[in-house]
Design a binder for this molecule. Sequence first.
Ligand code: FCB
Length: 479
Amino acid sequence: MIAMSADMRTKPDEHAIAKAFGAGVVALADRFPRNFVWGVATSAYQIEGAAHEDGRGDSIWDEFCRRPGAIRDGSSGEHACDHYHRSGEDIALMADLGVTAYRFSIAWPRVRPLGAGDWNEKGFDFYDRLLDGLLERGIAPYLTLYHWDLPQALQEGGGWLNRSTVDRFAEYAAEVARRFGSRAASIATHNEPWVVAILGHEAGIFAPGLKSWRSAMQVAHHLLLSHGVALQAMRAQGCAAPLGITLNQAPIHPATESPADLAKARLDDGLTIRWYMDALLRGRYPEDVLAFLGEDAPQVAHGDMETIRQPLDFIGINYYTRNLSGTGAPLDPIASGREVTDMGWEVFPGGLSELLLRLKADYDLPPLYITENGAAYPDRLVDGRVADADRIRYLQRHIAAMADALEGGVDVRGYFVWSLIDNFEWADGYTRRFGLVYVDYATQRRTLKDSAHWYRAFCAHARGARVGASRAAAGASRG
Ligand code: FCB
């Protein structure tokens, strides 16, 4: 509060910020270093549309969306937000928001329609223009190679269950690194391999819609292996961009203190956190999880674990909620009276700081980025305005939790709101809105929600924030 009134005397635009959003914006932004990265995130299949233009091949999501009942509203990413034709407008939106970073993914089937064989120059041209457009506006491009849209042709050869897909992925990674490596702020191999393996191959609720536990764990291994091989291939290209991976991570809390629930929570912690972190950072899978898997444990060839454990320039963490784990019926957070978003996900900001501090305590970590955080709410556009106070509160509280972790010595360097715009929310179709920007899908008109105005005010202050005590603490931890 004291810092804010001092700032307000010297920086006139903060009067407007403080008036519109209160002292909170200034005080919160002041907890971060000036070079902290503030961005927004999207992914190719969820926003691009133009699914069959300029030579793009089918992805497993195009195919999955054709299955009756697979998508809640029967929709698909065929048109999505039409970003393929509106990328200029969307870059202008980001510039208007004042973000300095944009995390997006490349659609593998757009640049190599069959996943092998010929490259599609028109596909590369799109990303080439996107990169240049972002850089012209001072927005750093954070690329992801795989945000779930495997070329369908590879799926027909077994997809991620077939070890040869690992080599196709490395070829794709090397080609992207060769073309774009010098313009990317970073390249992440995978987004959330747990989701691909488990929701796609065990639960069957995401593409490719398989239901086999054993396949899912083999896929999990191949995804991690492909990450390692891709890092090697990109580095062999001389790629200068920092290289890493993005994981969905959440603290697992036992539903009750019963021994059975405690054991289940420990196992789920192994399956979701330690399986990935131990493999990437220690070159081994957790013993307790391997014992649990027994015959369903993946086939691991000699040398695979060393390949997976490549030096990492960063790890991206996607955080939305904590997970409650127990042996009883799954808890319904709504019935239990907990605060939830439109996804039914509990709002639990403290889980973010808890998670980051735990990872720091347990692992020798590279720098971290929060590559996704955000919330779906049932937004309504009324008289040109979307009053999404819940989303503002969600973001404020999670950014504050991230500041707690930073002050606790965690080397976290950036934060990306999921998402820039409302988009195709996978199996939920267009029924869930995560954007800072509202999309009217009939007209493709974009409208800034109140949360977008809030984030703009926040970023404006964060860019000019002073060096404070918390910053000194964070700097020390990076030394
Ligand atoms: C994450 C995904 C992202 C989006 C958010 C809500 O798991 O990476 O594409 O769907 O959830």
